[in-house]
Each structure stands twice: as structure tokens, then as C-alpha cells.
Design a binder for this molecule. Sequence first.
Ligand SMILES: Nc1ncnc2c1ncn2[C@@H]1O[C@H](COP(=O)(O)OP(=O)(O)OP(=O)(O)O)[C@@H](O)[C@H]1O
Length: 224
Amino acid sequence: MIRFENVSVQFDQRRVLHDISLTLTEKRIAVVGANGSGKSTFVRLLNGLQTATSGTVTVDDFNPAKDGRKLRRHVGFVFQNPDNQIVYPVVEEDLAFGLKALKLPKDEVHRRIDEILARYDLTDFKTHPSHLLSGGQKQLLAISGVLVMNPRYVIFDEPTTLLDLRNRNRVERAIAKLDQTVITVSHDLDLIADYDRVLVFDQGKIALDDTPANALPKYREMMA
Ligand SMILES: Nc1ncnc2c1ncn2[C@@H]1O[C@H](COP(=O)(O)OP(=O)(O)OP(=O)(O)O)[C@@H](O)[C@H]1O
């Protein structure tokens, strides 16, 4: 369970999140809103990439402000641009990178890597240079690098923005199949149309908190 209690975030003199209080228990939660409304700041609070200026964030038994390292294994984060996420020059090395910190037996490391490559049709690219993958394959590799760690939550920050329609659809299907709790920031409203809950951000506050069926038509009106 995720809980925000009176959470605000301020950069210099500017408040970008205002006194957010909520509890998240749903399996698929979408975060939408205009550019600069605070969506990324909100989700970055969930794995300690961002700390609250005031208030408390709790993710299960973790306090992201204090348990950053442990929490990053519990809460995986997929960035918009996979180039910011893929750090090693060869596909299998990139997947092994995070796993090293878990100190797993070698055969378990290989098993997890082979399983995730197979899941996303990347097996043939196991020993390929990561930077030569297509944009869609890179995004799937970035997702694989997060999932191979078996996180409890996966956050996607605009996962389809840079993709063509075919790869967008692949990523949509990949997200839909996940067992984890998923929190997705997106401007792609079709991507989140069947989610359980939508949080609509407006100038650092939650303007709407509802099902997609109720929230999205109102959001479209807000943006008209
Ligand atoms: N590290 C930072 N230092 C200063 N200002 C920041 C920082 N991070 C974000 N901001 C500012 O906070 C506000 C909210 O940014 P945020 O990235 O959370 O918005 P967003 O809703 O995710 O926007 P977008 O849809 O454009 O990605 C913006 O005005 C942004 O410029």
C-alpha cells in the first residue's frame, strides 16, 4: 500500500506539489495532467528519486526518504527515454548489472535473464550492442532491466512517448500482462483507459481522482 500524508515538494521558492494526501491500493493507477503539473515529481517520490519537502510518503513498510536503496529494488522505475536507463554496452550485461547487487547464484542470474529476454522477443539480441537496438527494443530492454529485479511495483513515466504505433502497442501489451502493481504517467489516454484509478494533476494538486470512465472525459474538457 502507498500512502501520502500532507506531502508537498518545493524547488527553491516554488511549490510544485501541494499538500497531497491519498492512499493507493489499486493494481493499475494512472497519473495524467498538463506539462509541468507535477506528475513526474509525484512518482519520483515513490522510490526516493525525489524527497518530500514536507509530509510523509510510505510504500509498504518503507520510507522512501530513508530506505532509498532498498526501496529502489521494491519499486522499479521505467523512464521515458530508455537511453537514460540502459547503462551497459551489451544487452545481457545490462540485465546482469542490477542483479549483481542482489548477490544471486549465477544460474539464477542466467535463468532470470533468459526468461526476460524470451518474454520480450529479445533472445536473439542477448549478445548484441545495446545501442544498436531499435527504439522499441530499447524500451523493452529498459523494462526488462527493471522486471528482472522482481519489483513489487513498477512505475512507468511516459513509456510510449518516443515509440511508433507498433512499439507503443507492444509496450501497452507488456504492461497489461504484468503481475505487479503498475503506476503509469502518460499523455496517451488510450494506454490508461482500462486502469483502475486515474489521478489528474493540475498545478501540483490532484484535481480529479476517479475511474477512467469518470475522470477522462472531464480531463479532456479541462484540456480543451
Ligand atoms: N529538480 C528540479 N528543480 C527545479 N524545478 C523542478 C525540478 N524538477 C521539476 N521541476 C519543476 O517542477 C514542475 C513540475 O515538474 P514535473 O516534471 O513533475 O511535471 P510533469 O507533470 O511531469 O511534466 P511533463 O508532462 O512535462 O513531464 C515543473 O515546473 C518543473 O520545471
